[in-house]
Write a protein that binds this ligand. Structure first.
Ligand code: SF4
Length: 357
């Protein structure tokens, strides 16, 4: 049995044609799954009974079998979704309400664990267990919407894993989320975040309906960046900058740079000015992120030295960026109290519930 959300539209079309049904049946199935969110094929009353039976015999609809959730006082919810095949991933719902502007964002995972081992990230400590499938990524969104009882407005690929290392799946998921008939999300409300997988940034720029790109920079000093993010040994800052310029020129979407501030390491005025110079290459903004503790995982000597910059330092850093003409924002630490903030996803409170292997 396969999960139907692992199929592309063309796969579904091929399936119905092979069985001798008309092409338009594929559209009915597609709408039933993504627009009407049916829980069983029997619910698709517009299909002939025989086709409903074929679908039930060949496909599952949902890949998530159970969930756990923790709610923080700021409204953030960390979900742990367990998949039918036994493994699990975390996603984080972040509500944001400023009067007229309201956002309901889900930070989704694209992999279980991550191979890239960034020093500041608990997920990296897990190593890569496996890539998630299209169905497992889409179902994080659908399950979250079911639980919170409303539609999400924004999706960010900033949960567990490096999305560009699960590229084919990512593109398949983006095709569904931005599907022009189903209208699940505006492509401008979807952000893919990468640690800087340069060739894939070029590939992502070429997809049919491109989405926003965030690049985790964290330092503009090559040597420090290599220590913080081992992947920096493969692609340097110049290559990342060129890829970002190309992304903007191809998609016309501004770039976001993510920058975690570490006390005494990357938070000086010189650092801010160098970052501003880097960011000014194309229209962009910088998200300044406070460093969140990850001492619930085993740390090496370098990781033990990482400390968050003080609030005053964070404000100073932001002000230098602004005075250098760069849009800069301080990202909140939503979900920090439940180990659900940036860099903290590592099944911290679910050791018994999760069997990742
Ligand atoms: S920050 Fe992202 S890329 Fe780096 S280890 Fe964590 S999940 Fe992987």
């Amino acid at each position: 049995m396969e999960f139907i959300k692992n199929l592309t539209y063309l796969d579904i079309e091929r399936f119905v044609l092979d069985l001798g049904y008309e092409k338009f049946r594929a559209k009915q199935i597609w709408f039933a799954i993504y627009r009407n969110r049916v829980n069983s094929f029997e619910e698709i009353q517009t299909l002939p009974k025989s086709l409903r039976k074929e679908l039930s015999n060949n496909f599952y609809i949902n890949s998530i079998v159970s969930n756990r959730l923790e709610k923080a006082s700021d409204g953030t919810i960390k979900f742990l979704f367990k998949f039918k095949n036994g493994s699990a991933a975390e996603s984080v719902f972040i509500p944001w309400d400023k009067g007229l502007k309201e956002r309901k964002t889900l930070c989704v995972s694209s992999q279980i664990g991550c191979a890239l081992a960034c020093s500041f990230c608990a997920t990296g400590k897990l190593g890569l267990k496996r890539n998630l499938t299209p169905s497992e990524i889409i179902d994080q969104i659908f399950e979250c919407e079911k639980i919170i009882g409303t539609r999400l407005t924004n999706i960010v690929f900033m949960g567990m894993g490096e999305p560009l290392q699960n590229f084919r799946t990512l593109v398949q998921v983006l095709n569904v989320l931005t599907d022009e008939d189903c209208k699940l999300f505006s492509r401008k409300n979807i952000t893919v975040s990468t640690s800087g997988i340069v060739p894939k940034i070029y590939d992502l720029a070429k997809i049919e309906r491109p989405v926003k790109l965030a690049i985790s920079l964290h330092s503009t000093d090559e040597e420090l960046r290599k220590k913080l993010m081992p992947i920096a040994k493969k692609w340097n800052l110049k290559e990342i900058r060129e890829a970002a310029i190309n992304y903007y020129r191809t998609t016309k979407l501004p770039i976001t740079y993510e920058y975690i501030l570490f006390d005494g390491l990357n938070d000086s005025e010189i650092d801010a000015k160098r970052l501003a110079k880097f960011a000014r290459a194309v229209p962009s903004k910088v998200n300044i992120i406070p460093f969140h503790r990850i001492d619930f995982v085993e740390l090496d000597d370098f990781q033990k030295q990482l400390k968050p910059s003080s609030f005053e330092k964070i404000i100073q850093f932001k002000n230098v960026l602004k005075s250098e003409g760069v849009r800069a924002f301080i990202r909140s630490s939503s979900g920090y109290e439940i180990n659900g903030a940036c860099g903290q996803l590592a099944f911290a409170n679910y050791k018994q519930f999760v069997q990742c292997e």
